[in-house]
Design a protein around this ligand. Structure first.
Ligand code: ZN
Length: 293
């Protein structure tokens, strides 16, 4: 199954819902960054959330970034998605090996620890929109739900799951986001709450072969689910030599001169895809010149 995201409305437009399968995307991230299982779960959940949240953006050039910073061994997570759900991301420390939690699951909350979550939306305006919340659980799904409720005033249910096998291979990844629209009736809210309490986890539904459509149909059984869009999602970096040159220029002339003297050049590595770029002394001299302009 190729990765994709669906969006939908239900209960006569009282609710909107997104669901995604992101197994290939998260596998790719795990391979690029050589992630330990709990790091795959943390990055995978965040990539899945960002992919779905990209479908809430309004225009082609909009970009959404999720940053999580915690005092646990993982350190933090950074994920970026464009409007087309081309996602990329990394964790500060990919090699985190900690025991499973008391439920026998990958301990994402333990890996992240206490900290905060930022959602930055570049909507093409002068200043980006920045939402900031303290982490409520560190499990990511609940934290993003809290972000929606607190920063965007949209009551939301967020469920994210990544299943990793004993060989550290990502078997399944996906999730859903359900949001109440203005005017949602209490009985609709109660019905969804009841339903959510009785459904299996996202990863067990995916393991059973359920698609994102199946998952939402299951949740909204008898509630007039209407799927309105289906679109692909993938792991894709947008780094380039040009972009790296701009990063080097931003370091300033003095720093660039030091690199010429000390290393006879400079190697930069993209955080998102690990592509390495080498700049020789001649190129660095030209970049140093551009700092003066
Ligand atoms: Zn890259």
């Amino acid at each position: 199954m190729e990765d994709y995201i669906i969006r939908s409305v239900a209960a006569g437009n009282q609710v909107r819902a997104f669901a995604a399968v992101t197994t290939d995307t998260v596998s790719r991230a795990a391979n690029i960054h050589k992630l330990a299982p709990v790091a795959s779960a943390a990055l995978g959940r965040t990539l899945t959330a960002a992919a779905m949240m990209s479908k809430m953006l309004k225009s082609q050039d909009n970009i959404i970034t999720i940053q999580i910073k915690g005092d646990g061994p993982l350190g933090g997570v950074v994920v970026v998605s464009d409007y087309q759900a081309n996602v990329r991301g990394y964790v500060y420390n990919p090699e985190v090996y900690i025991p499973l939690n008391s439920a026998g699951k990958l301990d994402v909350a333990g890996a992240i620890g206490e900290g905060y979550l930022n959602v930055i939306k570049d909507l093409g305006l002068k200043e980006p929109y920045i939402g900031y919340v303290d982490l409520v659980s560190g499990e990511i799904g609940e934290d993003i739900a809290y972000y929606f409720a607190y920063s965007e005033q949209v009551p939301s249910i967020v469920s994210l799951g990544v299943l990793v096998n004993t060989d550290e291979k990502v078997l399944h990844s996906g999730g859903f986001i359900i949001q109440l629209l203005p005017g949602a009736e209490t009985k609709t809210i109660d019905a969804i709450d009841d339903r959510i309490k009785s459904i299996p986890s996202v990863t067990s539904m995916l393991t059973d072969g359920k698609t994102p459509e199946d998952i939402l149909e299951f949740i909204f059984e008898g509630m007039e689910l209407k799927i309105t869009d289906k679109s692909p999602c993938k792991y894709k970096c947008n780094c380039s030599r040009d972009r790296m040159e701009r990063n080097i220029i931003s370091l300033g002339e003095k720093e660039i001169q030091d690199m010429i003297i000390e290393q006879n050049g400079a190697e930069t590595v993209c955080h998102f895809c690990n592509t390495k770029y080498w700049f020789d002394s001649e190129t660095l001299k030209q970049l140093a010149e551009q700092c003066k302009n």
